[in-house]
Design a protein around this ligand. Structure first.
Ligand code: SF4
Ligand code: SF4
Ligand code: SF4
Length: 336
């Protein structure tokens, strides 16, 4: 294999791209914990990383919907809005590209399911089709309830929430909650279930995945199967981690498809199943992950260069809020 072919294989590896995003995320979380320690009076100053805003979906989606309703852009913590817009833009261009290649939470559960396959020496257990379909439906019900509830929040309430000091440090509160024994037990339980059944959180429960799936139905790029070339070997369907019946589809618009490219890679017939723009223009499978990463970084860079990424809250204000003891107050669940 020549160097170019090897490079293409590497960049189209889900573990490579997802691994990079996962490592970046863990490093940013570590930086936020160091920033918090500095604010408490220990250690050296490190800049507050903004991208960890992604762990606050309720707060930032509230703010996002307030913006759509005319409540104005969030200048206090704009990174959260940029991440939401980025995930939606990715879905409109490249199916659920955020879920398939970027989201660190999804990467964790996918790692668990891959580990499960390795340990068991077989595929993850597949529930009966009716049960799986019903459980997927649950995700859309949860998404409808979640976003329905958010749309009912008035602009005034959302703006009030946006300006609460609690919101400014909620990412730290959640991050520190990750070390709570109850949270660790929930993660271990989900990890074990994912080893057996695959990424159940992503497949059956995550409302954000449900939202991105809906936007993904309008995706400009899709996987297209050429029926005239297909030999009906079904390798594509067996390789699909989203359980899509690729071998019967023409244009794979399936709501669960996240553009992982596995079906394209396993097809034994040249150019039988290919990613395409607007169903017409074919492009190689390795371009897809590069496009996902490129769009993601372009959105981040645009936000950074236009001053729509970094917080405008002064660093001393963060320090005062952290030192006020707000982080130490317990919430009803006791974890966060
Ligand atoms: S379904 Fe949710 S947790 Fe899973 S990858 Fe998508 S956004 Fe992340
Ligand atoms: S294997 Fe194909 S159909 Fe299945 S999720 Fe990946 S790209 Fe979509
Ligand atoms: S792997 Fe290729 S040839 Fe086999 S069923 Fe799928 S599209 Fe057809």
């Amino acid at each position: 294999m020549n160097v170019l072919a090897y490079a293409r294989q590497v960049v189209s590896s889900r573990w490579f791209i997802k691994g990079i995003f996962f490592v970046i995320f863990v490093w940013l979380c570590w930086q936020l914990l160091r920033f918090t320690q500095w604010a408490r009076g220990y250690g050296e100053f490190v800049p507050r990383p903004e991208a960890v805003a992604g762990i606050l979906p309720i707060g930032h989606f509230t703010s996002f919907i307030a913006w759509l309703k005319g409540g104005g852009w969030d200048t206090l913590l704009p990174a959260g809005l940029v991440i939401i817009i980025g995930a939606i833009v990715l879905s409109l261009l490249l199916k659920r590209g955020f879920c398939g290649w970027v989201c660190p939470v999804g990467t964790l559960w996918e790692f668990a399911s891959a580990l499960g396959r390795k340990v068991m020496g077989r595929g993850n257990f597949r529930p009966p089709r009716w049960l799986d379909r019903s459980a997927i439906g649950l995700r859309y019900v949860l998404a409808a309830l979640f976003f329905g509830w958010l749309t009912m929040v008035s602009v005034e309430e959302a703006l009030w929430f946006r300006e609460l000091p609690y919101m400014w440090v909620a990412d730290i509160k959640i991050l520190e909650g990750f070390f709570h024994p109850t949270f660790i037990a929930i993660v271990l339980l989900t990890f074990t279930v994912s080893m057996l059944l695959g990424p159940v959180w992503c497949r059956w429960l995550c409302p954000l995945g449900g939202l991105y799936s809906i936007f993904g139905l309008a995706s400009v790029c899709t996987v297209v199967r050429d029926e005239t070339k297909c030999v009906n070997c079904r390798k594509c369907s067996r390789a699909c981690h989203a359980f899509v019946d690729v071998h019967t589809a023409r244009d794979v618009r399936a709501v669960e498809c996240d553009g992982c490219m596995d079906c394209v890679k396993v097809c034994p017939v040249d150019d039988c199943i290919t990613p395409r723009v607007a169903r017409k223009w074919r492009f190689p499978a390795w371009i897809w992950p590069l496009a996902v990463a490129g769009v993601w970084f372009a959105i981040w860079a645009t936000a950074e260069l236009t001053g729509n990424w970094d917080t405008t809250i002064p660093i001393d204000t963060f320090r005062a809020v952290i030192q006020s003891g707000l982080l130490e107050e317990t919430t009803p669940g006791g974890i966060f």
